[in-house]
Design a protein around this ligand. Sequence first.
Ligand code: ADP
Ligand code: MG
Length: 645
Amino acid sequence: MPEPIVGIDLGTTNSLVALCDERGPRILPAEQDRALLPSVVRFEPDGSVTVGEEAKDQAVQFPLTTVSSVKRLMGRSIEDARDDVAYLSYRVVSGEHNTARVAIPRGDAPDRIVSPQEVSAHILRELKRRAEAALGCPVRKAVVTAPAYFDDAQRQATRDAGRLAGLDVVRIVNEPTAAALAYGLGSTSRDVRTIAVYDLGGGTFDVSILRLTPKTDDGDGDGGDLPAFFQVLSTAGDTHLGGDDLDFALVALFTREIAEQAGRGGSGRDLGALSPQTRRALLSFARDVKHRLSEADEARIEIRVDDSATYSRTVTRAELDELMTPWIDKTIRACERALHDARRQIGPSGIEAVIMVGGSTRIPLVQRRVGAFFSLQPYTALDPDRVVALGASVQAAIISGTATDALLLDVIPLSLGIETVGGAVAKIILKNTTVPARAQEMFSTSVDGQTSIKLNIVQGEREMVEDCRSLGEFHLRGLPPMPAGIPKLRVELLVDASGILNVSAVEERSGRRAQLQVIPNHGLTREEVERIERESFAHAREDMAQHRVVDLVVNSELDLKWIGDTLARHGDGLGADDRAALVALVDRLRDIVVRAKADWRAVDPDAFFAAKDELDHASIRLQEVAITATLREPNERGEQIAGAS
Ligand code: ADP
Ligand code: MG
């Protein structure tokens, strides 16, 4: 294997390292939760350093020796950095040529003066170490990202940080460009050309408008092409706006309420009386509540204020939304400015894709507002806090010439569908459909009173879910309880020009909706697609039989339930012979269903179908009796039956 070139996102809040190989880009190390390295470095009295999670967790205890958000100081003079310094807990002093330096106190000894480059180098060295451990080989080269608005001095400082960490920074890539590369934009022939990248991180916000200049024949007659590249047309933003603001706002809210509670109790405790531990706990509770509210409608916290008092509260998503609306408004105004500045160059076609970057874009309200502003469904298929590192690794693979066989095609290589009852697959978009493609289908429920429907999105040619690839699942929650078969669930699949799949589900009676975005071909190679196709041919006959039995089971169970209920209510209206015949058919079908559920191979699908069909015919008389009875005595069920039409 040639020497790897890794991609690094050196962020204000978090940093990550990624590698792109023949399967496409992936974060190192592979374990999911340890991938983000907090960009926090603590300088110990003995000269050693602590980097990452531990330094972040203990930051409140060591405010003067813990350096966070050092990216704000990179390559900047003390004057340039003045606004930022107000937000930092540690001391910033003026170094050589007026550059910003960090002064770390060392007891009686003189302060230790460190440059922002050195601080960043500690972060980069830790990322290098992690990458080497994951890959089992030395890592010496990296592509590192920087905000689009970084000037030459800030970019040079980033390179120097790499050099100090023992890394050759082969290229500095703009963060929004990296995000676009991670989504594979710029690699397909029918690609989108004008992109907005909305990046809301921990402490900074920026929006960039990019234009893709496609691959062109350079006209020198050798058949060679000039590569596609992204040009940053405009950027706008706010270097002091991000998820941290929301954390602080929640802490302020909790603190106020704790004080009120104490006031009511008559103890007269004021804000200052909260211990540092309580305040630290409040901050981590605030962050936790915020993260949970990106998934749930409400989150509950309980904090022991002191030995005698506990503060507990439920925060709703609506409350959080209201709290953050002023900040979101600000980001939308920045989007307006960026768009205005780029307007002359982007022409009438406008923005064709919006990419969400930064952990704070997980917040549903942020996605809705940005989507509404650009009139587009924003791209969220990739983790917003990983997309920049992934893109940096794609750039690294391009530079190193690593063949990435990741699938980027103009047709959908494998069918896309959803799981239905019994583990069968309903294919919605068939393979070889050209992109963009859109298709929808109606579904319902098979159990009474379901208030939540799980949607499992699958890819593949086989008939059963267990033989297909699951691309992801989501839930449509909050449905009013309805009898089986009554909900009207419309599921729409849309694969856009750059191969991103949007799945949306709407229950039309209640209006509840949910959506999911994925990249179907992520991590698939051509060989795998071919293997999947071969397997589907080999199993086609057996699969069809299984799918048929599973469908028969589901439909038979609905029939048996209806017939059972109706017999109990209106069975008296039938002659004794008819009733006995019907009961015999019911018993026979029920027996087949039981056997089929134990092992689908144990039943003959044709015999199964015949038994169901015979029962259906035999029950017509019962239906007539039931309808006549219902018409004759309009009862409390009348409304429900009408609603079911
Ligand atoms: P940066 O680019 O500044 O390094 P990140 O992209 O890592 O920052 O974003 C960090 C921010 O994202 C933090 O404020 C964090 O609380 C926020 N964040 C992460 N996950 C979620 C989530 N699920 N819901 C809301 N905010 C989140
Ligand atoms: Mg970032």
